[in-house]
Every structure is written in C-alpha cells, then in structure tokens.
Design a protein around this ligand. Structure first.
Ligand code: AVJ
Length: 324
C-alpha cells in the first residue's frame, strides 16, 4: 500500500489489479447459465445512462431513497453520533454522500473506497473542496479487496459504512453476507452501517422499474453489447441481442438478460460462443427483501438491525446496523 498526498486529500493506494474485462467475459460466457457481471454496465456511457434511469418515473428507488434521507437524516445523524468516519464502498453517489455529511455532527473523515483511481481522486478532491473541515482519505482498492480503514488525524468515535442505492441487492445472498461481515470486521466493534435496501412489493411495480417505457433501461442493458464490440472487438451485429427483464417472485429478484434475436456466434479472445435465437445471457440480479429477510441476512453477517426508515408506501428502506 502506498500513501500519497494529492492537494488536500491523502490517497491510500492498494494498487488493485486492473479489472480484466475480456477474461471475465470469457469466463462468464463459458459458465452455465452464461452471464456477465453487472459491474461492467458502468463505463462512461453506462454511468450516464444509469443517471438517466434514476430520473424515469418507473424507477422509484433513487427518488424514494433520497426522500427518506431528506426526511430522516436528523434522526440518522443522532443514531450515528458525533465524530464519525464515514466509509463508502464504491464511492460517488455524490448527492447522498453530501446530504449525509452535512447532517453529521463534527464528522472526522470521509473514506471512499473505489477501484477506479482516476474517478476516486476526482470525486475526493471535489468533496474536500466542499467540506474543508473534513479529512478526505480515499482508498484505491476493490471493495472486496484487502484495504483497511485509514487512521484519521483526530480520533473517531465510530466508523460508519454508508452503502446506499440498494447496491447490496446486486449481490447473491452469500456474497452480500460476506461483504457485510467483512465491512464490519474492518470497521471494528463500535461500527455502524447505514444501508439502502429495496423492499418486496407488488411485482408489477418492480418489473416496471427495470423496463421503463422510455427505453432507458433497454439502452443501459444494450450498452453492454456495445462495450463488447468497442472494447473487445466482438463484432456483434446491431439487433442481434434484445434486452429482457422479469421479476422472479420465487427468488425475490429482478433479473435482466440479453436475449439473442437470431442464431449467432461471437468470437472472443480465441474462444467462440454460439447462441440460438432466444438464448439468454444473464446480466443483472436486483434482489428485493422483506424486513425479516434482510434482518436474517444481517444476523448471519453478525449484525443487528437497530433502526429502519421507510417511505410512506414502504417501497424502500434505509437501515442502521451495528455488530451483535
Ligand atoms: C444501482 C445496482 C441498485 O439494481 O436497481 C437500475 C442498477 N439496473 N436499472 C438496481 C439498475 C437497471 C441498480 N443499482
């Protein structure tokens, strides 16, 4: 690990190995059923499309979470207490981070943990400028990697993990448990976690959120095909894949796929993959939880749900967890 001062921020660089898009895609497409990790949605185009998704009427998640934060942040800040270090895995939800930091009492430091060094430094510098009293200690690592919480200049009362956006829902339940447990271990016995968790509800509401009528989600999913062409030279003809999503009630998750519209063969790094019309590549799961289910998952990770805030319709929740 290297420590590097960059203007007002101190970077803790764990030199994560660069994500290997080609290797991961070849591995995923060779698996049964074939899949590509949803983390590959977020190149520049994909991130801009996700921003647009958060504004379509059907995608209730971001808007609802923001309204919960706006309404209940004073109570959340009281629960977290003064002199927190805020640790954010996969930094950069920007507005939510600013909302939280501006309500906390005398926060000691902000620690974004992010694999993209360039993005990490740019967003850390912007935040440091807005919060001149706050120590900003960006950590460059995969948040599943070996990083530790850097020691702030002033002693903290507790480390608080901020994980909004229902990102936890993109993981398989065992991965989610593992991540919560490892975050708790790194942050110590006095830690807290403020987590955005999307809730089970009328399946039609969920299905619509992942298939908006303006077609932004479709463009978001199909951008992955364009990435395969742009970055890996996959040579997939336009229209060869369509997007499809469905809410799987049995598994409590929304599923997104790329569906072949006709037979095709893709060559990638010496391997070739054949698809019949209708064949599906799994590209995203978005798990939804009942309050009981999430409490059980947290308990398996050694955490207790202490407080839950929800909107009036109980579409979404922000939950405060502490070690058992
Ligand atoms: C940002 C991962 C929470 O699963 O709801 C939105 C991503 N995918 N529309 C989600 C997403 C399609 C989103 N998360």
């Amino acid at each position: 690990m290297d420590v590097l001062n960059i203007g007002p921020v101190t970077l803790y660089d764990y030199h994560p190995v660069r994500q290997d898009f080609l290797r991961d895609v070849v591995e995923g497409l060779s698996a049964t059923p074939p899949r590509i990790s949803s983390k590959y949605f977020y190149d520049e185009t994909g991130s801009a499309l996700f921003e647009q998704i958060t504004k379509v009427p059907e995608y209730y998640l971001t808007r609802t979470e923001l309204s919960i934060l706006r309404e209940h942040l004073p109570e959340m800040a009281a629960a977290l207490g003064p002199r927190c270090v805020v640790v954010e895995p996969g930094s950069g939800s920007g507005m939510k981070t600013r909302l939280l930091l501006s309500h906390l009492v005398d926060p000691v430091a902000y620690v974004p943990v992010e694999i993209s060094r360039e993005y990490l430094i740019a967003s850390a510098l912007a935040l440091a400028e807005e919060f001149p009293e706050l120590e900003v200690l960006p950590v460059c690592d995969d948040y599943f990697g070996p990083w530790l919480v850097p020691e702030p200049r002033r002693p903290q009362e507790r480390n608080v993990v901020f994980f909004p956006g229902s990102t936890i829902g993109n993981m398989q339940p065992d991965e989610a448990r593992g991540l919560l447990a490892s975050l708790a271990r790194r942050c110590g016995q006095r830690c807290g976690m403020l987590i955005g968790v999307d809730l089970k509800k009328d399946p039609a509401i969920i299905a619509a959120a992942y298939n908006d009528s303006a077609g932004v989600t479709r463009a978001f999913n199909l951008n992955l095909v364009e990435r395969l062409n742009r970055e890996l030279g996959a040579g997939i003809p336009a229209g060869a894949f369509e997007h499809a999503t469905n809410y799987n009630e049995l598994l409590g998750r929304n599923e997104s796929f790329l569906v072949a519209t006709r037979p095709l063969t893709i060559g990638l790094g010496g391997s070739s993959f054949h698809y019949e019309a209708g064949a599906r590549i799994m590209v995203e799961n978005s798990y939804k939880f009942s309050l009981e289910e999430f409490a059980a998952l947290a308990a398996d990770a050694g955490l207790r749900v202490v407080l839950v805030w929800m909107d009036e319709r109980q579409l979404f929740s922000v939950q405060y967890l502490t070690p058992i």
